[in-house]
Design a protein around this ligand. Structure first.
Ligand SMILES: Cc1cc2nc3c(=O)[nH]c(=O)nc-3n(C[C@H](O)[C@H](O)[C@H](O)COP(=O)(O)O)c2cc1C
Ligand code: SF4
Length: 405
């Protein structure tokens, strides 16, 4: 297999095996939660510059699943239809497919920010979002399933080439699948099959309405939570996903409370944390600076997950051997040699997030032989910027004072 060749991944034809992994861009319309012209221009630029496929940043399927990041995309308001149709048509002009990632935040949001009591499979506190969620009733589960199905139907109608269900990074469906987040004793918990029931029911209902339309999954194959995801358990999850008719699995890792496991870095981006994360960002500036200085002293002593490159490759290779479903690798893919190693190991496609934030024309540079290594320094500042503003690359440097958003 070559990186730059026509291929079909998860039933979607692509011109190469390089995918833009879902990235929250913070550019949704504040009223409809649909795409703005600014977001459309950004995706057109990626498409023009040879990305094989774009996975749109996560779009929320139900009002009680909203993110507390500003200007997150949503898929539940019909007023967003026009913007989505404009987006998919614009990207298709360049022969690039686009997939809608669909999510419900579950415990990883705050009730105050979304204005509704947040919900989860089990009413368990989250380290970073400490207000307690309400345990979902069976009616809640069926309603959320239907919201996912409605969103899949809308994605097809809006012209997306497929959807990706977000079963990763600690969001609602990840919590259902993992024993860490799911302590239920009814038919939606207790055994692997029961924990997977919500996913199975979404797929069964969706298939009745959209037929063979491509449905992908992003899966945290491993995380650091106790009784969380481990590769041997994820293999069983992947086999069930295969029997449910999932067309591709993007192998990721971690949950938001794992620290920087999903997007690995040598150190926490302390300047960005103190500039963008509340309540730190709103501290009086002398206090903010004093605590920041102390945190920076300790930062090198805080252990970070390793390795920093290709960190989901071992799990992805295991999954690839176990199922016929196409496997996409994300996480620490930043050079041509990383890509060749992954594809050479039998992985069907690689996806990248930070390299495309840093250089949206990275795929073209690779194709034309103008680059073999991303310029991204994996500082993770962009992951903090989105707590207040649209995503952008800071290259490790936070400029004070911040512009008022
Ligand atoms: C700013 C930012 C926004 C992200 N938004 C999403 C998202 O909307 N959905 C998702 O599944 N992952 C999201 N991620 C995680 C990435 O898709 C990816 O899994 C992770 O960054 C590792 O890949 P990388 O090493 O290529 O950055 C985001 C990461 C960053 C840095
Ligand atoms: S801020 Fe820029 S350099 Fe740092 S991780 Fe994000 S994209 Fe890479």
């Amino acid at each position: 297999m070559e990186i730059f060749e026509d291929c079909i991944i998860g039933k979607i034809p692509m011109k190469n095996r390089l995918i833009r992994s879902a990235t929250h861009d913070g550019l949704a319309d504040p009223v409809t939660q649909g795409p703005t012209d600014e977001l459309i221009r950004k995706y057109v630029y990626l498409a023009k510059n040879d990305v094989g496929c774009i996975i749109q940043g996560y779009a929320i399927v139900s009002p009680d699943g909203r993110s507390n990041y500003p200007r997150c995309l949503g898929f539940y308001d019909p007023r967003a239809a026009e913007g989505y149709k404009k987006l998919t048509a614009a990207v298709h002009e360049y022969g690039t497919p686009i997939v809608a990632q669909l999510a419900h935040c579950g415990r990883q949001t705050s009730s105050k920010a979304i204005g509704i009591r947040k919900i989860a499979p089990t009413a368990k506190r989250h380290l970073l979002y400490p207000d307690k969620a309400r345990e979902m009733t069976k009616d809640d589960i069926l309603r959320v399933e239907n919201d996912f199905v409605d969103a899949i139907v809308r994605a097809k109608e809006y012209g997306f080439d497929g959807v990706q269900l977000h079963l990763a990074h600690g969001y609602l469906l990840h919590d259902f699948v993992s024993e860490n987040g799911n302590k239920r004793t009814d038919e939606y918990g207790g055994s692997l099959e029961n924990r997977m029931r919500i996913v199975k029911e979404i797929l069964t209902k969706a298939r009745e309405k959209v037929g063979e339309y491509p449905i992908w999954v992003k899966l945290s194959a491993t995380d650091k939570r106790s009784k969380g995801m481990r590769t041997d358990y994820s293999l069983k999850v992947a086999k069930l996903l295969e029997t449910y008719g999932v067309d591709a699995i993007e192998v990721s890792c971690g949950s938001v409370q794992d620290g920087m496991n999903t997007m690995r870095s040598k150190r926490f981006p302390m300047d960005a944390i103190f500039a963008y994360r509340e309540p730190l960002a709103s501290m009086p500036s002398f206090l903010n600076r004093a605590v920041l200085a102390a945190a920076k002293l300790f930062n090198p002593l805080i252990p970070q997950p390793k390795p920093l490159e290709l960190y989901n490759l071992p799990a992805a290779v295991e999954l690839q051997k176990a199922v016929k479903t196409d496997i996409i690798l994300v996480g620490g893919v930043a050079s041509l040699s990383d890509m060749q190693k992954a594809i050479g190991s039998g992985i069907d496609a690689v996806s990248m997030c930070r390299p495309f934030i840093c250089e949206p024309d990275f795929a073209r540079k690779l194709k034309e032989g103008k680059s073999t290594q991303s310029k991204c320094i994996m500082c993770n500042c962009c992951g903090l910027v989105i707590e207040k503003e649209p995503v952008r690359c800071l290259m490790g440097k936070v400029k004070y004072p911040l512009k008022k958003s």
